[in-house]
Design a protein around this ligand. Structure first.
Ligand SMILES: NC(=O)c1ccc[n+]([C@@H]2O[C@H](COP(=O)([O-])OP(=O)(O)OC[C@H]3O[C@@H](n4cnc5c(N)ncnc54)[C@H](OP(=O)(O)O)[C@@H]3O)[C@@H](O)[C@H]2O)c1
Length: 336
């Protein structure tokens, strides 16, 4: 079968379509013929060698949707033919509070989804919500799961809460906007682009500020009237600005380090307002089931920036790196 293989970690040029052996499902596993996959920023990090203990060559991608074509021992053979959406994680473990230290994802260290087929645990292949077409379903797993756990388990978002989502053009952030709005939150966003903020408002945000403007925290505080929950993938440039707008008892949930790995926290601002600062990493299989059920109930469709045919998968990576604007970059396996 063909797969998007990273042969060398020297940038995305090291990722090309290649012929690789097809795996056979073992005990408790299923083989899924993939219909669509989606890219995340992590593929760009991985291509630069920024993954601990990298083993190459590797097939990229952790987001996928497809059809079960073979079942391994211990799996109901009647599942063959089922349309499934894939949990992107591996080995979360038994503790819902956090993953095992060796928790990983498909597409490094596990097999990747930008491929004609993949073998996964049968329990990680869930029935795909019927309202999502293949591209929309592929856009959901990592972004939706990270956003779901960050907003619910960590952020404790309640209807009526004011939620700030930073860098709204990002794939995870865009999923968070749709989920938080469906939870009944008032969502505000930041972006480096006024056009992207305008798109976010069309998608349900109340408003936003451009993080490229001077001292944007003032405008944010005035617009929001105070923030209950922040979902932040770029705290290095953000916390110093939005910190002043946090309400008493606010929750700040950090899921990424775009723009820098450290950020200063004003200690009195933190303790006097009883602010809780949380890190969050992906989510458990139980979180994934809950997220998929919520998406089905609210008929949420992830935002897609652009769909590429499988033959152009390397170009899709370049697009994600250089041109991506808002939403997810998807790869459709059967597109001409
Ligand atoms: N913890 C986890 O479980 C988890 C899961 C997935 C991803 N991540 C991490 O989350 C981050 C985002 O991933 P992704 O796949 O959503 O990325 P992505 O789709 O490539 O989006 C990146 C976005 O970051 C925003 N950005 C860039 N510079 C910024 C700044 N200075 N301040 C605020 N926002 C800025 C931009 O938003 P605008 O275009 O609106 O300016 C851009 O669209 C990455 O660091 C990734 O490694 C973590």
């Amino acid at each position: 079968m063909k797969a998007l293989q990273l042969a060398a970690a020297n940038g995305i040029e090291g990722a090309q379509l290649a012929e690789v052996p097809e795996a056979t499902p073992g005990l408790g596993q299923v083989a899924v013929r993939l219909a669509a996959a989606a890219l995340n920023h992590r593929e760009l990090w991985i291509a630069q060698g920024m993954y601990p203990g990298m083993a190459l060559p590797a097939t990229l991608g952790c987001d996928g949707v497809g059809t079960i074509v073979r079942t391994g021992d211990g799996v109901d053979p009647a599942r063959a033919g089922e349309r499934v959406i894939l949990y992107p994680g591996l080995e979360w473990g038994d503790d819902e509070r956090y993953p095992r230290p060796d928790f990983g994802l498909l597409g490094m260290p596990g097999p990747g989804t930008v491929a004609e087929s993949i073998v996964v645990a049968a329990s990680h292949a869930l029935p795909c919500p019927g309202h999502l077409d293949d591209a929309a379903a592929a856009a959901l797993p990592l972004g939706g799961l990270t956003a779901w756990r960050g907003l619910t388990v960590k952020g404790g978002v309640r209807p009526g809460d004011t939620v700030l989502i930073t860098g709204i053009g990002g794939g995870v952030a865009t999923c968070a906007l749709l989920l938080a709005a469906a939870m009944g939150a008032k969502v505000f966003v930041t972006s480096g682009s006024d056009d992207t903020i305008a798109r976010a408002v069309e998608l349900g945000a109340q408003g936003g500020v451009n993080y490229r403007t001077e001292r944007w925290g003032k405008a944010l505080a005035a617009a929001t009237g105070g923030i209950d929950v922040v979902f932040d993938g770029a705290p290095a440039g953000g916390y110093g600005e939005y910190g002043r707008a946090l309400k008493m008892g606010a929750r700040v949930v950090v899921y990424g380090s775009t723009g820098g790995q450290s950020f200063p926290v004003n200690a009195p601002e933190l303790f006097l307002k009883n602010v809780a600062l949380h890190g969050t990493n992906v989510g458990s299989p139980a979180d994934f089931s809950a997220m998929v059920a919520f998406v089905a109930e609210h008929r949420i469709a992830p935002v897609i920036d652009r769909v590429f045919p499988f033959a152009e998968a390397p170009e899709a990576l370049r697009y994600l790196r250089d041109e991506h604007a808002l939403g997810k970059v998807v790869i459709a396996m059967d597109a001409p």
